[in-house]
Write a protein that binds this ligand. Structure first.
Ligand code: DAH
Length: 340
């Protein structure tokens, strides 16, 4: 019986070394130590032994049982370590690999310009409002006192959606919306897209941007207009910039003017870029709001007066950022945009 027990021990110890996982280990435990296990079976036969032999064999069997249990426990720990090691290797993270490069975008030079313009006017007490790009002919032309035969109304100059609806040709219809919906005093600017049937060249695009301004209150005069525009230009381009008001015609203002500012290149001295004049031409249009327009919007022209102005934002962005071709603003070429 001793031999039998020793054989069982050897067999168990040998098998246990070849195990690779927990399931096999449990199978082995049942095979040797379970209720129907090999060692248990041997012990059941102990009844046949003599009284002398029984305690000796009993002790021996218990020792073998303990040895096998111990080995099973050690193996369990070893397998656990191995499984964990394998898992760690599989899930290993190489922290030296360069991370994903998140590209944090930035604002388009045109958007930056719009925000800068809006900020200057907000600091002067103006509110920023928005108007729709799809407008009525009424707001875009009629209420602005545009003559029936004005060339800008022409089908070849304007994108009509229906006879009465169009893509706004300027931001001036926002004036009408503001005056119809609010009572003076009014002090607003409004930037946005405008559309004209223009061929594309270095300085023209059928879609471009304007900033509209409107002030209506009691006792507003041309002096207020001049001071506001002058302050704005100095804020935008620098203290040494001058403005020049030239008489002009717009149906919605009377009198009207076009504003030139000192040449951006030579600051007024005269250079090749300004043909020696020292002036950069036609930066914006402006004037005193035509009393007819006030009346169209339900504002009493005997009590109130106002001034308005409109400027091209794309041109200002191009001057500010040294861009010589308007197409670049709308092509969204990353190689261009990344420069700002
Ligand atoms: N709407 C004019 C244009 O697109 C610009 C303009 C001129 C706006 C005079 C005004 C203004 O508000 O008073 O050419």
């Amino acid at each position: 019986m001793k031999d039998e027990i020793n054989k069982i021990k050897e067999e168990a110890m040998g098998e246990i070394k070849t195990l690779n996982n927990m399931e096999e280990l449990e199978e082995l435990r049942i095979k040797f130590l379970g209720k129907k296990g090999k060692l248990t079976k041997v012990l059941r036969g102990m009844g046949k032994l003599s009284n002398d032999e029984r305690p000796v064999i009993g002790q021996m069997a218990n020792e073998v049982r303990r040895d096998i249990e111990k080995e099973i426990n050690n193996t369990r720990k070893r397998l656990k370590r191995e499984i964990q090691k394998k898992k760690l290797e599989k899930e290993r993270i190489d922290i030296s690999i360069p991370g994903k490069n998140f590209i944090l975008g930035h604002r388009h030079p045109l958007v930056k310009t719009i925000e800068e313009l809006e900020n200057i006017f907000m600091n002067m007490g103006f509110s920023v409002v928005y108007g729709p790009e799809v407008e009525t002919v009424e707001n875009n032309f009629d209420e602005l006192n545009s003559p029936e035969n004005h060339p800008s109304r022409d089908l070849t100059d304007t994108f009509y959606i229906t006879e009465d609806i169009l893509l706004r040709t300027h931001t001036s219809p926002v004036q009408i919306r503001v005056m119809k919906e609010n009572k003076p005093p009014l002090r607003i600017v409004s930037a946005g897209r405008t559309f004209r049937f223009d061929d594309v060249d270095d300085t023209h695009s059928p879609m471009f941007h304007q900033l509209e301004g409107l002030v209506v209150d009691e006792n507003i005069t041309m002096a207020n207009l001049k001071e506001t525009i002058d302050t704005f230009i100095k804020e935008l381009f620098g203290e040494d910039m001058k403005t020049r008001f030239r008489p002009h015609y717009f149906p919605f203002t009377e009198p009207s003017a076009e504003v030139d500012v000192s040449c951006f290149n030579c600051k007024g001295k005269g250079c090749e870029e300004c043909n020696g004049t020292g002036w950069s031409m036609e930066l914006l249009g402006c004037g005193m709001v035509n009393p007819k327009v006030l009346k169209n919007c339900g504002i009493d022209p005997d009590k109130y007066s106002g001034f308005a102005f409109g400027l091209g934002i794309d041109r200002i962005a191009m001057v500010k950022y040294g861009i010589d071709n308007i197409r670049l603003l709308f092509e969204n070429d990353m190689r261009f945009l990344e420069q700002f």
